[in-house]
Ligand binder design. Structure first.
Ligand code: ADP
Length: 572
């Protein structure tokens, strides 16, 4: 731009200088021509007076005057047109001048003038002619110099002037260019600062407009940043992973949950390919499907987790513009489903075993293979298996009720009272096995469901009796833990104990340390799972410590009763 302005200004100043010189020359030339014309007229009049007032013949006068008027050509034309005298040529050789316009005019009017290229001299010439008293015509003429000839002597001066003017023009152009552009450049550098001192008025509207637009852009950018911040805050606080992918499969946005769920390294993934984030084949396929316009929701294993990837195409004005993937951690759901599947398989297996025995014994009795004492023995076995079956079905029903999370009424409950009742009901069984039961410790209160707490204590005490030695003991101990606001119930036995590797597993459904012993004692393998479920429902925890061959202690920790505790039924 600077060059263009400078070039335009320079060309303009050069053209102006040249035009001015040319016009000056033309004016000067015109002035010179007028001057010559006037001089010629005056000389013609003076010659005419000299000829007419002299006593000499016109020819003699003219010859004498010729010396002092050397710059003029003087011609004397007879009334018939023949040339009597010519200061420039031989009159003998000259043709008739009768038809020359100035001669014609002078013959007619007494005075004539003309300007033309001389036939005789071949140059641009001005003529003045005056009729003398004898009828002849006195003509004076002068060669009129052309523009170039006039300017020739002035050329060195003219060239000097032109050069000086051109230099001045270039310097002024350069200065003007700078003074036009300097404020603009200064403005561009500090658009938001005060206007520069040399800022001219014409820039003010631009400045106002630019500043207005700048403010608008800043406002819009702030709004955009706010929006982005809000969206980022929302997506970053989502537990679900969120990935937005462009048509070219590059990541436009990814939240931190997605990075964690996919087990990727925390870094900025914007603008990178989806494979940089994760190489899960399910994710790649889901994105490709979404970019083909198909939604999908595959489940993928990400490390130790299971994630469901909900991939959907994104349309903007009916035009596919990318894909969005929502990632949900479905590990718990998958685990629960697996547990349900395992449970169903276990239930079928557990039910099948006693039923097979029952039907076997029944078939043998039917076939008459058992008589007398054998038949009674078979009948006893059928009764025992049926009881086991009923117990099993009973436990399964209880467990599935607990799984349904039906709201259960809770109330203030004395754990000691429950323990006393349970121990009293188990006393006959304990006596049969020669196991002594005892209860000790302060009275502890919890917020709980009486039926469920009874079942919890029953299961623990029943196991403590079942897996005990003859002559062993079961002691139930209660304690308060004021520091943590909890109470504990410990069921201690002097039984067979549990290997340390099974401490956690004993709470799994259908897990038994010693299958045959459990079956012998009519165990279902569900008692401790039900106990754990009940403790979980009451917001507590259960743990076991045991030494093989010496005994075990099951400790239940429950929140202590508080007056300000909510009294509404809890969803279990
Ligand atoms: P079961 O109906 O077989 O007793 P439980 O769920 O009540 O099922 O217990 C699971 C397993 O834990 C039992 O089979 C047994 O092997 C072990 N167990 C439970 N309580 C005791 C205990 N007090 N002493 C030793 N082993 C026990």
């Amino acid at each position: 731009m600077e060059k263009r302005i400078f070039r335009s200004l320079t060309i303009t100043s050069v053209a102006a200088v040249l035009l001015a010189v040319l016009l000056s020359l033309l004016a000067f030339h015109g002035f010179l021509m007028n001057e010559n014309q006037e001089t010629l007229r005056a000389d013609c009049r003076m010659l005419r007076e000299a000829v007419e007032s002299s006593s000499l013949t016109p020819l003699e006068v003219l010859e004498r005057m010729n010396g002092s008027l050397g710059h003029l050509r003087i011609t004397l034309v007879e009334p018939d047109g023949s040339v009597a005298y010519d200061s420039g040529s031989d009159p003998e050789e000259m043709e008739s001048h009768l038809l020359r316009p100035e001669v014609q005019e002078a013959l007619e009017l007494g005075w004539g003038e003309d300007q033309r290229t001389s036939d005789t001299l071949g140059e641009s010439t001005i003529y003045c002619a005056a009729r003398l008293e004898d009828g002849s015509v006195l003509r004076v003429s002068m060669v009129q110099e052309g523009l170039l000839a006039t300017a020739a002597p002035l050329l060195p001066i003219l060239c000097g002037i032109i050069l000086a003017l051109l230099c001045a023009g270039i310097v002024i152009s350069s200065h003007t260019t700078r003074s036009i552009l300097r404020p603009i450049a200064a403005l561009a550098e500090r658009l938001d600062g005060p206007a520069p001192e040399d800022c001219y008025d014409e820039l003010a509207p631009f400045l106002r407009k630019i500043r207005g637009q700048q403010q608008m852009i800043l406002r819009q950018m702030e709004e955009l940043a706010d929006d982005r911040g809000t969206i980022k805050a929302i997506t970053d606080n989502m537990q679900e992973g969120l990935i937005i992918v462009s048509l070219q499969q590059t990541i436009l946005s990814v939240n931190s949950s997605a990075v964690i769920l996919l087990g990727a390294r925390p870094r900025d993934y914007a603008g990178r390919g989806i494979l940089a984030l994760s190489q899960l084949p399910q994710l790649k396929q889901a994105v490709e499907d979404a970019l083909d316009g198909r939604a999908s929701a595959p489940v993928a294993k990400c490390g130790s987790r299971f994630c469901q990837l909900f991939a959907n195409p994104v349309y903007l004005e009916k035009q596919l513009t990318g894909a969005i993937v929502l990632i949900l951690d479905v590990t718990e759901r998958e685990k629960a489903e697996k547990m349900r599947r395992d449970f169903s398989a276990n239930v079928s297996h557990e039910l099948k075993t006693p039923l097979t025995s029952i039907s076997g014994f029944a078939e043998m009795i039917e076939a008459g293979m058992a008589t007398g004492e054998d038949a009674r023995d078979f009948a006893r076995r059928i009764t025992r298996e049926s009881a086991r079956l009923l117990a099993l079905i009973d436990d399964i029903i209880r467990l599935s009720r607990l799984d349904e999370h039906i709201p259960t009424p809770m109330a203030r409950l004395s754990v000691n009272t429950v323990c006393r009742e349970v121990l009293a009901s188990l006393e006959p069984v304990a006596q049969k096995r020669q196991v002594t039961l005892s209860l000790s410790g302060p009275e502890i209160w919890v917020r709980g469901n009486a039926g469920m707490i009874t079942e919890l204590v029953t299961n623990l005490c029943d196991n403590a009796i079942k897996y005990n030695h003859e002559g062993g003991s079961v002691s139930v101990e209660t304690a308060e833990q004021p520091m943590s606001g909890t109470v504990t119930l410990a069921v201690r036995d002097t039984g067979i104990g549990i290997p340390s590797g099974s401490f956690q597993r004993v709470f799994e459904r259908f897990y038994r340390v010693d299958k045959s012993r459990s079956k012998q004692t009519g165990g279902t393998g569900l008692g401790l799972s039900i106990a754990k479920h009940i403790v979980d429902c009451h917001g507590g925890r259960i743990a076991v410590e045991s030494v093989l061959g010496e005994g075990s202690v099951f400790t239940v920790t429950l929140p202590a009763w508080r007056e300000d505790a909510p009294s509404a039924p809890t969803s279990l």
